[in-house]
Design a protein around this ligand. Structure first.
Ligand code: ADP
Length: 635
């Protein structure tokens, strides 16, 4: 007995969109159904490799047939098939890759226009049949046995499931085409030449034959029809895209392939098609997405490339083919040297595969570097999406991948607040400059207004502004770039002044010995030193950390769940040696020194982006200062 079921709400919405779609390239439904059939054949092929079923591999195919009088187009495959339960799980709900991505895309923008664009850009699998058919039937026999099942749906009113007379293993999808109307000629999908054209256009690379019965006529010498026979013809060339010569392929071919295969509704930012012949031979087709893939920065994201051997699919998400830093890369590798029934575990130790992975990472780096040099705008767009991944990759395993990645990372810089690569920084370093300067902060703007920044910039040095949590850790791991050490301008000593400046500083320190000592005593629980410096230009005060742990690292580490309490950077309060404040401080009454010391320290904390331990006391002290100043102004 047929069971009638309702689609879930989200599936209904998608179906509704398909049924009423005014999308102009409805023809993509065929590509979607053929691609499903091809997957089903892959699955059966695999089951046979592992001895689960016995099949005649050469018989695997996809067959198209039409019945003009019934207005039906039928797509048959002898792949893995589905049981009634699988039909319900796979066709009754949006759960699968293609349609799922579509759902995600829809969630981003609720307007119908967007919906329409998205349909064409990557298709929505099985459901796209409802763009051209008002009734869809699926007959299937699973290779695992059981009854043959039948699914039938007119879209909106749900679907029916029942069992039918036993049929051979595989799936047959019957589309009852919609009636033609003023906008659409659905009958075109009953024409052999049109189906042939569509297969060529969208599914040429499918590795199984896509066949159709075609009439073959023979003519005599006078051009009269001699005989007419109906023969089964293969419509596709079956040469995978990656096996075709680059010169024969257009951007569009690559883009369509990528969008279809990797369920993206945007064309990739970069296509890398590479072939290698020799001791190590493989073809690889890699894509750098132009947007962050769904769930990319979560544990659920599945990275890795697809693996093929002589055009036959082996497995998906082969992680060992890509370094973690490049996990955003999608694509596939086809190598004749790989065994068909290689397992994931074996892959890890496969030398051939390691060699391929090595080549690929170099190739990807090369392409990215070329993009950085020749198409800066595009690279920065790429970097916006995946830069963080590169930095994490650089930091991981104590910098094991530095050679691969150090030229690819960018940082903001004090020079026009733009992004700069380490190579560019070093290239334009001043002649006498020995170190690469950086400072960390919450944002580029905040870095740029730090008191310490002003003086260094005025001296003509460029400063990297580190704004990502991982940045400073990256530099810690690198330590140097092209033999130039990294140096935080707000940490330790900054040896930049000229001889006269240095001498003046020494003298000034000497003449302010007592003042500095008093301030230091007042702040002995907070800072490890109070000193004069030339690091400041117009600002009176700043906080610097001693060598070792920096402020930014302290902040990052303290946010970690397993943070060690008391892990603090050593604080040093620096006063501007040339600021009038120094002289003014000499006039402060002894009993006020502690208050002034506190005020200075709290100001410095605020500038560094720390919260004050006691903001109320700070405010009160400040208010008192205003009162005092107006009663007996400091002269
Ligand atoms: P997707 O192909 O993106 O997974 P679809 O909605 O097109 O999404 O298909 C849903 C699921 O239905 C497929 O993942 C597959 O499990 C099953 N399916 C579809 N067509 C076939 C077929 N011809 N043979 C076997 N299973 C199929």
């Amino acid at each position: 007995m047929a069971q009638k079921k309702q689609y879930k709400a989200e599936t209904r919405r998608l179906l509704d969109l398909m049924i009423h779609s005014i999308y102009t390239h409805k023809e993509i439904f065929l590509r979607e159904l053929i691609s499903n059939a091809s997957d089903a054949l892959d699955k059966l092929f695999h089951a046979s490799l592992h001895g689960e079923v016995e099949i005649d591999r050469t018989a695997l195919k996809i067959h198209l047939s039409v019945d003009p009088s019934a207005r039906t187009l039928t797509i048959t495959d002898n792949g893995i098939g589905m049981t009634a339960q699988e039909m319900e799980d796979n066709l009754g709900v949006i759960a699968k890759s293609g349609s799922y991505t579509f759902k995600q895309a829809l969630a981003k923008d609720e307007t119908p226009k967007e919906d329409i664009d998205i349909i064409g850009q990557f298709g929505v699998g099985f459901y796209s049949s409802f763009m051209v058919a008002d009734k869809v039937e699926v007959f299937s026999q699973s290779a695992k046995g059981g009854d043959s099942a039948h699914f039938e749906s007119t879209g909106e009113d749900g679907y029916r499931l029942d069992t039918v007379e036993k049929q051979s293993v595989g799936t047959r999808i019957v589309l009852h085409l919609k009636a033609d109307d003023e906008n659409e000629n659905y009958s075109t999908f009953l024409e052999t030449y049109e189906l042939r054209r569509l297969v060529k256009k969208y599914s040429d690379y499918i590795r199984y034959p896509i066949t159709m019965m075609e009439e073959e006529k023979e003519y005599d010498d006078e051009g009269k029809e001699k005989s007419s026979t109906v023969v089964e013809k293969t419509l596709n060339s079956m040469i995978p895209l990656w096996k075709r010569s680059k010169s024969d392929l257009k951007d569009e071919d690559y883009n369509d392939f990528y969008q279809d295969k990797f369920n993206d509704y945007e064309a990739p930012a970069k296509v890398i098609h590479t072939n290698l012949e020799g001791a190590l031979s493989f073809d690889a087709l890699l894509f750098i997405p132009s947007r962050v893939p769904y769930q990319f920065y979560t544990a659920d994201y599945q990275s890795g490339l697809q693996l093929y051997s002589r055009g036959v699919f082996i497995l998906d998400h082969a992680k060992d083919l890509l370094p973690d830093a490049f996990r955003f890369v999608k694509g596939l590798v086809d190598s004749p040297d790989l065994s068909l029934n290689i397992s994931r575990e074996m892959l890890q130790h496969d030398r051939q595969l390691k060699a391929i992975a090595n080549r690929l990472e170099k190739k990807i780096k090369g392409e990215l570097l070329a993009m950085l040099k020749t198409d800066r705008e595009k690279y920065e767009e790429f970097y916006k999406h995946f830069g963080l991944q590169l930095k994490y990759g650089l930091y991981a395993d104590f910098g094991a991948k530095r050679e691969l990645l150090e030229d690819l990372v960018l940082f903001h810089s004090s020079k026009d607040l733009k992004l700069v690569s380490l190579d560019e920084y070093v290239e334009r370093m001043k002649e006498d400059q020995k170190e690469i300067f950086y400072v960390s902060g919450e944002s580029v703007q905040k870095c740029d207004i730090l008191p310490q920044t002003e003086w260094v910039k005025e001296k003509g040095y460029e400063i990297l502004y580190l704004t990502d949590d991982v940045d400073e850790f990256v530099l810690q791991v690198l330590r140097t770039y092209k033999e130039k050490p990294f140096k935080a301008i707000n940490q330790g000593q900054l040896d930049l002044g000229d001889e006269t400046e240095k001498k003046a500083l020494e003298e000034k320190t000497e003449s302010n010995k007592d003042l500095l000592e008093n301030l230091k005593n007042a702040l002995k629980d907070q800072v490890s030193d109070v000193r004069l410096s030339t690091r400041l230009k117009t600002h009176p005060v700043c906080l610097v950390s001693d060598e070792g742990l920096s402020f930014e690292m302290e902040k990052v580490l303290s946010q970690m769940s397993d943070a060690q309490p008391g892990l603090k950077a050593k604080r040093i309060l620096e006063l501007n040696a040339t600021h009038p404040l120094i002289d003014a401080l000499h006039h402060v009454a002894t009993d006020k020194v502690a208050t002034y010391a506190n005020l200075l320290y709290n100001q410095a904390l605020l500038i560094e982006g720390f919260t004050l331990e006691d903001p109320v006391a700070f405010s009160n002290q400040l208010a008192q200062l205003m009162i005092d100043a107006n009663q007996k102004p400091i002269d």
